[in-house]
Design a protein around this ligand. Structure first.
Ligand code: R5P
Length: 296
């Protein structure tokens, strides 16, 4: 990475993470001024970045479509200025959950998002613990980093957990949960989640009988959105006499009253990264992201 020619760009919303990355990498930071008008339109202003290697830090959590549009605007400005490279780092990248057409007539929306990225001149896309990294099948390079080692290191250093069992709320998340379990030296339990493709209703069952009585469950998932998946998992674990329950995720969207619902379900703690600003973001992603660039 050419330090003198590289610039980290973000709006205010992503500036805390972006500034830390610029410090780790020892490169310039540039703020994009972003304004949203009453009618929902946005306006950006960014200094000229001609011939620069631009690294844009921009998570696309809700309001998702507004934040995506703002990201498109930043990429467009970099391209118009004549940036040498445009690397988009979207620690939380929206639309990765739909990785196939489940019901006739649907589209895989993330394909549309990445096509827009490509048409705007994006040269690389980096995300973290993408729900479906396989879906990021683009004409430019894509990198899916992982926060699992950082989350597990936090747990090892800061929590005293007896007789733990790592739980994946669904089979899709099993590899992430297995990795987490290996790192803290615990067993793993994968639950089976089914979702009604028309109503969206979720049901969760046990894939195997394991002695759970009084054990400490660490539920590991890529994201908590409404909290429904995790709450269903907790109900099932409680029926099987589990002890304490901790919820660990990379992306804590925590929409509406998800936090209250999770606390009411009896969890001890939520742990997440700062891909989305939230009160449980105790694991900082700046080293995970910076380390990737330092190794280039
Ligand atoms: C989906 O399979 C994901 O891994 C998460 O389990 C899910 O998106 C979480 O959403 P919610 O919190 O609304 O259940």
């Amino acid at each position: 990475m050419e330090k003198n020619n590289t610039v980290i760009i973000s709006d205010d919303r992503n500036s805390s993470l972006a500034k830390k990355i610029s410090l780790h990498l020892d490169v310039e930071y540039k703020n994009t001024e972003l304004r949203a008008f009453a009618d929902g339109e946005s306006k950006i202003r960014l200094d000229n970045v001609a011939k620069k290697n631009c690294i844009i830090i921009h998570s696309t959590y809700p309001p998702t479509d507004r934040h995506l549009m703002q990201l498109f605007m930043i990429i467009y400005k970099c391209k118009e200025d004549g940036a040498s490279n445009i690397c988009v780092v979207s620690p939380y990248l929206a639309y990765t959950r739909q990785d196939k057409v489940f019901v006739d007539g649907e589209i895989i929306t993330v394909n549309l998002v990445t096509k827009i990225f490509a048409s705007l001149g994006t040269t690389k896309l980096i995300t973290v613990d993408s729900h479906s990294p396989n879906v990021l099948n683009c004409s430019f390079a894509t990198i899916d980093l992982t926060a699992i080692p950082s989350l597990s290191a936090y747990v090892k250093k800061n929590m005293t957990i007896n007789n733990p069992i790592v739980v994946s709320p669904d089979e899709g998340g099993i590899e992430r949960a297995k990795k987490f379990a290996r790192l803290i030296n615990a067993n793993i339990l994968s639950l089976v989640k089914t979702r009604d493709r028309f109503t969206g209703d979720v049901s969760i069952s046990l894939s195997e009988e394991l002695p759970l009585k009084k054990r400490t469950a660490l539920i590991v998932d890529d994201m908590i959105s409404t909290g429904t998946s995790v709450i269903k998992a907790i109900e099932l674990l409680k029926k099987n006499n589990i002890g304490d329950v901790y919820v660990i995720c990379t992306h804590a969207l925590l929409l509406d009253d998800a936090k209250e619902k999770l606390l009411k379900a009896g969890i001890r703690e939520i742990l997440s990264t700062n891909s989305i600003p939230n009160e449980f973001a105790k694991v900082d992603l700046s080293s995970v992201i910076s380390d990737y660039f330092l190794k280039q």
